[in-house]
Write a protein that binds this ligand. Structure first.
Ligand code: NDP
Length: 286
C-alpha cells in the first residue's frame, strides 16, 4: 500500500523540542526574533509570511512583518533592508520572495548579513552548503532542509540511492542537490532543457519535483518496479483556488511506494526548517 508522507507527525514530534529550547533561551534573556520584509501585495506571499509568523510565535519566538509598498524604488528598498537588518538583538532576517518586477534583478540573499540569513540564500551560506559544513556555522536553505527531514523521519534511505530532482532553482533544486550529495545520494538534476526526462525519472529511487507546473508528473514518468518515493514541492493554485502540487497525485499514487501530499507535505516543513534555523541563530548569541 502507498505510504502518504504527511508533515503533521514530523511537526508534532519536533514541536516540543523546539518549544523547550526556546523556553531555555528565554530564561537566559534571549527571545529568538525573526523579521520578515514583505514588498507589495502578492497574496501568496502574504499568506506565507503570516504562516511563518504564526508558527514562530506559537513556539514562543518573536516575528515581525515589515511591509513596504510594491512600487518602492531600488534605493529605498536597499536602505530599508540595511536599516531593518541592523537592529540589535535580531536573530533572523528574510526578504519574502518574489520581489516586484523593478526589484527582481536584485540578489536579495546577498543583501542580508550571513549571520541573520535564516533562509540560507546568502552566498556564504550557499558556499558552506556546497562544502558540506551546513550544520555547523551556517544556515541551510529551508525547503531542501525540510525535504531531508521528511526522508529521515520516514526512514527513506538516501545513501547510494538515485535521486532525480526536477527544477534547478537556487532556493530548491540546486541547494537540494548539494545537500543530498553531501548525504551520499546520487543526484540527477533536471530542468526545462533536459532531454528525455522519463529516462531519468524511471531510473530514480526518489523523484523530487519543484517546477511550479500543476499535476506535471504522471505515471508515464514512473517505474513501478522500483517502488519509488515521490516528493512534491510544488504549490500552485487552480482557478477554483485549490492548492495543487507539481505531481498528479491521484494519477500516480497507486504506482509508487510513498508520496507527499499537497497541501500538508513539504510546505509545513519549510516553515519548520526556518524555525530550526532561527533557533540555531539565537543559540549562537548565548
Ligand atoms: P522556479 O520558477 O524558480 O524554477 C522552476 C524550475 O523548474 C526551473 O529550473 C525550470 O527549468 C524547471 N522547469 C520548469 N518547467 C519544467 C519542465 N516542464 N520540465 C523540467 N523542468 C522544468 O521555481 P521554484 O523553485 O521557486 O518553485 C518551484 C515550485 O515549488 C513552485 O510551485 C513553488 O511555489 C514551489 N515552492 C514550494 C515551497 C514549499 O515550501 N513547499 C518552497 C519554494 C517553492 P529552467 O531552469 O531550465 O528554466
Amino acid at each position: 500500500m502507498t505510504r502518504i508522507l504527511y508533515a503533521r507527525p514530523i511537526k508534532e514530534s519536533l514541536h516540543l523540542n523546539l518549544k523547550t529550547s526556546i523556553q531555555k533561551l528565554k530564561k537566559n534573556g534571549v527571545v529568538p526574533w525573526l523579521r520578515v520584509l514583505l514588498v507589495g501585495n502578492n497574496p501568496a506571499s502574504e499568506v506565507y509570511t503570516k504562516n511563518k509568523k504564526k508558527f514562530i510565535e506559537g513556539l514562543g519566538g518573536k516575528c515581525d512583518i515589515i511591509h513596504i509598498e510594491g512600487d518602492t524604488t531600488e534605493q529605498h528598498f536597499r536602505e530599508k533592508v540595511r536599516s531593518l537588518s541592523s537592529e540589535k538583538d535580531l536573530h533572523g532576517f528574510l526578504i519574502q520572495l518574489p520581489l516586484p518586477k523593478q526589484l527582481s534583478h536584485i540578489d536579495a540573499g546577498n543583501l542580508i548579513p550571513p549571520s541573520l540569513d535564516v533562509d540560507g540564500l546568502n552566498s556564504l551560506n550557499m558556499g558552506e552548503l556546497l562544502k558540506g559544513n551546513v550544520h555547523k556555522n551556517s544556515f541551510c536553505a529551508c525547503t531542501p532542509k525540510g525535504i531531508v527531514t521528511l526522508l529521515d523521519y520516514y526512514d527513506i534511505p538516501i545513501i547510494g540511492k538515485n535521486i532525480c530532482i526536477i527544477g534547478r532553482s537556487l532556493i530548491v533544486g540546486k541547494s537540494l542537490s548539494a545537500l543530498i550529495t553531501n548525504r551520499n545520494g546520487t543526484v540527477t538534476l533536471c530542468h526545462s532543457k533536459t532531454k528525455n526526462l522519463e529516462y531519468h525519472t524511471a531510473n530514480a529511487d526518489i523523484i523530487i519535483v519543484a517546477i511550479g507546473s500543476p499535476k506535471f508528473l504522471k505515471t508515464h514518468h514512473l517505474n513501478p518496479s522500483k517502488k519509488q518515493t515521490i516528493i512534491d514541492v510544488g504549490i500552485n493554485k487552480s482557478q477554483q483556488g485549490k492548492l495543487l502540487g507539481d505531481v498528479d497525485f491521484e494519477n500516480v499514487k497507486e504506482s509508487v511506494a510513498a508520496i507527499t501530499p499537497v497541501p500538508g507535505g513539504i510546505g509545513p516543513l519549510t516553515i519548520l526548517s526556518l524555525a530550526q534555523n532561527l533557533l540555531q541563530a539565537a543559540e549562537k548569541t548565548l
